[in-house]
Design a protein around this ligand. Structure first.
Ligand SMILES: [Zn+2]
Length: 222
């Protein structure tokens, strides 16, 4: 390829990228998507049992929601049919230990956890959690996280939604167009606009973190 052809090609790629960036900034129906891999939230007490009394979480990197971070520390979880190693711990510590996995993961574990909002672990699946210094049989705490959208009050005004509303998110993929129905909106001044889905949902829609879905008002799916 001649140099002028390459220059022309680079030019058109840059133009295309700039165009799509502007389009996302201007189009106020778009919601950025964050794909949550399987992960674990721990209480301070459970962390001490699994990692030894003197240990503490160390930060690997910040997550998109302010104050939330991925820790360097990982655990193993086990169910009747199998186990999953290197499960990332997310900080800070919480009031209840909770593990969020995909349906694919739950099949590997041999468990049938309910699809729940984070924090609601009543009647969720029992499992065993294993750290470098100890293990705990948890009578509950394993869930499949329900898709949800975090947004600030400003974003909520812009989208004309209220906390607890359900919306539809359309993924406009040419070959895997998918709509997520009954996605709950969660509003807080601390939230940054992002829809959270798990790896199974992301794979079903062939999307990755940083891509966008279109928010559709859906009073009919309340
Ligand atoms: Zn979330």
């Amino acid at each position: 390829m001649k140099k002028c052809e390459i220059d022309h090609l680079v030019d058109s790629i840059v133009k295309e990228l700039t165009h799509s960036k502007n389009k996302y900034q201007k189009d106020d129906t778009l919601v950025p998507i964050g794909v949550s891999g399987r992960h674990c939230h721990l209480t301070k007490e459970d962390f001490a049992t699994l990692f030894g009394k003197t240990g503490s979480l160390t930060k690997k990197g910040n997550l998109s929601q302010p104050g939330q971070f991925a820790a360097n520390e990982t655990v193993t979880i086990a169910g009747p049919k199998g186990s999953i190693q290197n499960l990332r711990i997310l900080g800070p510590f919480r009031k209840h230990t909770q593990v969020e996995v995909s349906i694919t993961d739950s099949i590997k574990l041999g468990l049938k956890p309910p699809i729940r909002e984070s924090g609601n672990i009543e009647h969720s699946s029992p499992f065993t959690i294993i750290g470098p210094k100890g293990s705990i049989f948890m009578e509950k705490g394993l869930i499949i996280a329900k898709a949800h959208i975090h947004m600030s009050p400003n974003d909520a005004n812009r989208f004309r939604v209220q906390d607890g509303d359900f919306v539809r998110i359309k993924i406009r993929n040419e070959y895997r167009p998918i709509s997520f129905e009954k996605v709950k909106v969660r509003i807080s001044p601390n939230y940054v606009l992002e829809m959270h889905i798990d790896t199974d949902e992301a794979n079903a829609a062939n999307i990755r973190t940083g891509e966008f879905g279109e928010l559709v008002h859906s009073g009919d799916v309340r």
